[in-house]
Each structure stands twice: as structure tokens, then as C-alpha cells.
Write a protein that binds this ligand. Sequence first.
Ligand code: CTP
Ligand code: MG
Length: 192
Amino acid sequence: MYPMIVEALWFILPAYVANSIPVNVSKIKFLKKYGKPIDGGRKWLGVRILGDGKTWRGLITGIIAGILIGIIQVIIQPSVKSYLPYLPRMTIPLAVMLSIGALVGDMVASFIKRRTGFKTGDPAPLLDQLDFVFGAFFFAWLWSCFIEGRWQGVFEDMIGYDRFFVIVIITPAIHLFGNFIAWIWKLKKQPW
Ligand code: CTP
Ligand code: MG
């Protein structure tokens, strides 16, 4: 079980990093001027499209950080693989897709939250914790379908259904724990 958890986390790591960076850079002073909302403050049918919680600063720093961690993973992969022979292979295109997908997934969830009456920062259980995971998998799947021509490629070549389920099961707990720490550090207004 333990190697499987590490293997699953190895695969999803760029998405975790992409998703956790935005809140961590939100208090950095020289980035303040990039903190404009992605929706430009616009409303659709009287309600904000995404809200103030989705900024260009978060989107760009998150994607860059996710790709950087992916590059590090590609570099150290051969030595990690000697301990974990079934380690899923990280590649730079995969890290790019997982990072972009994580933040697009988070934006889609914000859009859904605004449409259904949730205010920015209101908790939407499971949606808040898994939006980025499904976004990341969807983008990885797009890559395997359209670039590699294998619609089942993400699960059969990259990670496996069992590890996918491990990620879906353990992510909500890890996400809640991470947000709690961010709240203690006063990076987040809400502890969830
Ligand atoms: N964040 C950001 N840009 C993004 C994503 C997140 O700046 N693209 C920052 C914001 O400061 C946001 C925080 O990270 O408040 C936490 O993100 P999240 O919990 O996903 O957003 P919420 O504030 O809960 O907003 P929403 O209700 O729209 O999900
Ligand atoms: Mg979110």
C-alpha cells in the first residue's frame, strides 16, 4: 500500500503544487499588482463569473511552480525509480498539462459555485478539495487522446486506475490539512 501512495502522489505532485501556490503568494507585496481577478470583476446575469479569489497572479505562479516541480521530478526520476520500480513516468508535457488542468479545474469549480449561489470562500465540500484533481486528470487525458492518440492512455500507460482511486481518496484530507495550516499562517481567511 505504501509504495502505491507514494507513486500516486508522484504523479499528481505538479497539480498539488500548482493548486497550493496561489494562496501562498497572495500576501507577497511585489506581486500585489498582478492580483487582479481573472474575470475582470465582470458579472453574468447579475453574479460574478469567477470572483476575487481567482487572480492572474495565482494562475501564472501556480502554473510556473507546477512545471518547475515537474522538471525537478524528471531530473531525479532515475534515482527515485531505483527504490520504486513502478513509479509513474513524469514528463515535461505531462507536468504542463497537470498544472494548467489543476488551475482550470479550480476556476471551473468557482464558476459553478458562483452560479449556484456560493460566495467567494464559502465551503463547497468535495468540490473544493477535488476540483483541481479532476481538472488535472482531464488535461492529462486530453494530452493522451489528442497527442498520443490513446483515449485510455492516462490510466493504462501513465498511472493506473488503482492509483487514481488512491489520489481521489487521500486528496480531500491532505487538502483540508494544507488549508488549515495556511489559515494558521494567516494566508487564508477560512480554515477550509
Ligand atoms: N488564488 C488566486 N488565484 C487563483 C486561485 C487561488 O489568487 N487562480 C488565491 C486566492 O487568494 C484565494 C486563495 O488562493 O482566495 C484560495 O483559493 P480557493 O480556496 O480555491 O478560492 P476561494 O477563495 O475559496 O474562492 P472560490 O469560492 O471562488 O473557490
Ligand atoms: Mg478552489
